[in-house]
Design a protein around this ligand. Structure first.
Ligand SMILES: *Cc1c(COP(=O)(O)O)cnc(C)c1O
Length: 425
């Protein structure tokens, strides 16, 4: 459920007409609903009611906006970060360092050192080498690093190949059959407290069976590591729960996911950790855009909108579907291709889609754009970096400004040796 609905014929975000936001901020612009974010955060936590001892760390990469992080901090969420930049954001939003999990396959020595200085709660190690480096850095700082070992359970999450992370040939984690030995070696190092295992098999998971299979394998590994005499007090089950991108799509929700986890982990006697991203933010945001013009096509007209693949890359990168809706629908429908202005054929949001009829100058939205939307935006084709707005009832605020091409241009420099001579070729 979200709060982007028609009122008197105009799409609103909570109590604010999207026409008002477009008039004030321009388009394209991301619009987030505070009520939806809060609701998702609470529904996810409530779904885990059957898991008595838990820690929820929001996957910052899905939407790192400072206002979004602040809201989730107020809901008691920790953070799962994958870079120093994300860690700084989480800390700036008021998330306690102890509630931050540092994940990621390529943490640098500098990142490990600054995360240790900040007192980050848990490092999810992706290799034995990383654990050895972390132990050395911690010992040099006279600190104790708290860590979990990420394991690749070799389970196919059944999701898009580019967001699948738990198969044996994915780059994440250590091989399942070597994990016990690696854990034992890391546990023996000064400076490192090994306290758990971590797993994350992919994103936009729409069937709970692969997750269940992975968690059962992780439980078996936990028991064998414990029986070798090591502490395993924390089990991090990652994120990955999918969201409906199409109207009417039925997916397992937090309640079913939570019930499955509660059943599988009932006798684990561990703190169960979660790293939800998309399920919190996905349906809490839309991308608001204006139709530049409609041009004829061979089979269907092209609706050319002012949002493009640089603003929302998921369709180009993952063949993802985002529902499209007019802000002032007339009731008329057309079959059309929806494209952005970028000079690439991949800058296509939809082909031969049955949509609200729109014309030049009309406003429209792409739904379910709150996760992996603005965070993946770039300035390709020297376009502006897309701004973000958050709505709260009848209030709204710009929570990330549009960064104009001129600002980006001002950070570029032509070296003297290109200016001075007329060329010596
Ligand atoms: C991306 C990621 C998540 C969040 O995934 P969602 O599908 O957005 O829930 C959680 N943990 C790790 C390690 C990740 O890389």
């Amino acid at each position: 459920m979200d709060h982007f609905e028609l009122r008197n014929g105009v799409l609103h975000a909570e109590d604010v007409g999207l026409t008002a936001i477009a008039a004030a901020v321009g388009t394209p612009v991301y619009v987030y609903s505070r009520a939806t974010l809060e609701r998702h955060a609470r529904v996810f936590a409530a779904g885990l009611a059957g898991v008595p001892d838990k820690h929820i760390a929001f996957a910052v990469k899905s939407n790192p906006n400072l206002a979004v992080l602040r809201l989730l901090a107020r809901e008691g969420y920790g953070a799962d970060v994958v870079s120093e930049g994300e860690m700084r954001r989480a800390l700036a939003a008021g998330i306690p360092a102890a509630d931050i999990v540092f994940s990621g396959v390529g943490k640098t020595k500098a990142e490990l050192a600054s995360a240790l200085e900040e007192g980050i709660g848990q490092f999810n190690l992706e290799s034995e080498e990383e654990g050895v480096e972390l132990a050395v850095i911690a010992a040099a700082q006279d600190r104790q690093a708290v860590a979990a070992l990420r394991v690749n359970p070799d389970v196919d999450a059944g999701t898009h190949s580019k967001i699948s992370t738990g198969k044996a040939d994915n780059k994440f984690g250590v091989a399942y059959d070597q994990a016990g030995a690696i854990y034992a070696r890391l546990a023996a190092l000064d400076g490192l407290t090994m306290r758990g295992l971590a797993v994350h098999i992919g994103s936009q998971i729409t069937n709970l069976d692969p997750s269940r299979a992975a968690f059962i394998k992780m439980g078996a590994l936990m028991r064998s590591i414990r029986s070798a005499g090591h502490l395993v007090s924390h089990m991090d089950l990652g994120g990955g729960l999918g969201v409906p991108y199409r109207e009417g799509e039925e997916l397992p929700g937090p309640a079913e996911y939570g019930a499955m986890v509660a059943e599988v982990t009932a006798d684990w006697q561990a703190t169960i950790m979660f790293e939800p991203g998309r399920v919190i933010t996905g349906n809490a945001g839309v991308l608001l855009t204006e139709v530049i013009r409609v041009k004829p096509g061979a089979n269907h007209p092209f609706v050319v909108v002012d949002a493009a693949m640089n603003d929302l890359v998921r369709p180009a990168m993952y063949d993802a579907w985002h529902d499209f809706a007019a802000v002032r629908p007339t009731g008329e429908r057309i079959t059309a291709n929806i494209v952005g202005p970028i000079c690439e054929s991949s800058d296509t949001f939809a082909m031969a889609r049955d949509i609200d009829a729109v014309q030049a100058g009309d406003l429209a939205i792409f739904r379910t754009a709150g996760a992996y939307g603005a965070t993946m935006a770039n300035t390709y084709n020297s376009r502006a970096l897309v701004p973000e707005v958050m709505v709260d009832g009848a209030k709204w605020a710009v929570v990330a400004e549009r960064i104009e091409p001129a600002t980006i241009l001002a950070a570029e420099h032509v070296p003297d040796w290109l200016e001075s001579s007329t060329g010596s070729a």
